[in-house]
Design a protein around this ligand. Sequence first.
Ligand SMILES: Nc1ncnc2c1ncn2[C@@H]1O[C@H](COP(=O)(O)OP(=O)(O)OP(=O)(O)O)[C@@H](O)[C@H]1O
Ligand SMILES: [Mg+2]
Length: 258
Amino acid sequence: MTTISFQNVWKEYDGRVVLEKLSLDIAPHAFVALVGPSGCGKTTFLRMLLSEETPTRGRILVDGKELPREPTVDRGVVFQRYSVFPHLTVLENVVLGKEFAGSKFFGALFGEARRKVVEEALALLEEVGLSASLTKYPAQLSGGMQQRLALAQALITRPKILLLDEPFGALDPGIRADIHELMLRLWRETQMTVIMVTHDLSEAFRLGTRVLAFERKENSLLEPERFGATITRDLDVWPPKHAPWNVSAPRKTPKKSS
Ligand SMILES: Nc1ncnc2c1ncn2[C@@H]1O[C@H](COP(=O)(O)OP(=O)(O)OP(=O)(O)O)[C@@H](O)[C@H]1O
Ligand SMILES: [Mg+2]
């Protein structure tokens, strides 16, 4: 179980404040949905959690320890698009997720180690409903299938923290509803903490246990970029999704065709 703590975190680019005064604690196994206007720093927030960016000020702690300086496999990520490799098949994409994790030098896996990873990848692809498409390439998949593949690729390393940057934003509503079910199931079946950026408020409340809104509170006409965005709303979603009646609710299997 992972606790994340932001302690007065600021992020500036070339003296321009993007995010400021971020202080928050994220409980273990939370599903945090992050909303806010375009350009307010949501992706920057995720990139700091991935160690792709460092705060200009303040500290980010995971389980009481400073974040490592480099991205690590216990923090996975899925973007709106282009999370998977176009020149690899479905199965290869997921296996590669593990290969990246297996070696500092991004070495390939061989023999018994590879066989085990392929087995794990097959199980995960079954779980996300892609068993029938193992040898297909991403371009041959629908948008929904590509995002399921991206999820499987991110999950093969069993991350403690999963970061999602508008992962379902480009999907049709029907396919979105299916992938929402899948996402909730994957979250419930693990201990991972999920932080998801979305532009869609209903998606935020449908999936999140907590919804955070980022906004620039203060605007100076003379210096419109002087102030960064910060958390202006912090809502717990009701009813709690951890509740037993939710956990044992019947689960829909994702449609293979979408
Ligand atoms: N590497 C960088 N160098 C300079 N400025 C940057 C960099 N990355 C982001 N920014 C700036 O920081 C601000 C926040 O960007 P960010 O991508 O985090 O916003 P966002 O909330 O994710 O927006 P959107 O909803 O459009 O995805 C923007 O003004 C952007 O131009
Ligand atoms: Mg963004």
